[in-house]
Design a protein around this ligand. Sequence first.
Ligand code: FES
Length: 108
Amino acid sequence: MTELCRLDALDATGSLGLTADLGDGPEEIFVVRHGDMVRAYRNSCPHTGGPLEWLDHQFLDDEGAFIVCATHGALFRIEDGFCFAGPCKRQSLSGIPVRVEDNRVVLA
Ligand code: FES
């Protein structure tokens, strides 16, 4: 079982960028927590393939309601990474299956 981070490393609504080996070597990913919901995605915007965060570990909009890409402002749903606004509308982030176990976020 691969631990990505501790659950309490994330605010109740928060995000964390990290490097993880998903099987093909190290990749930049991020973990998002919104209450009881925890999701992880590759840090690669479908628009250009570039990273999304606007500051270290900051992947959410001001209200913490959506994932935002800092480069051109695309907005993604936290629950499934679906883009509903911006230049990559109707595309999705690449999701990474995770689960929470003993206060740890682990690869599922
Ligand atoms: S690079 Fe993400 S919206 Fe353009």
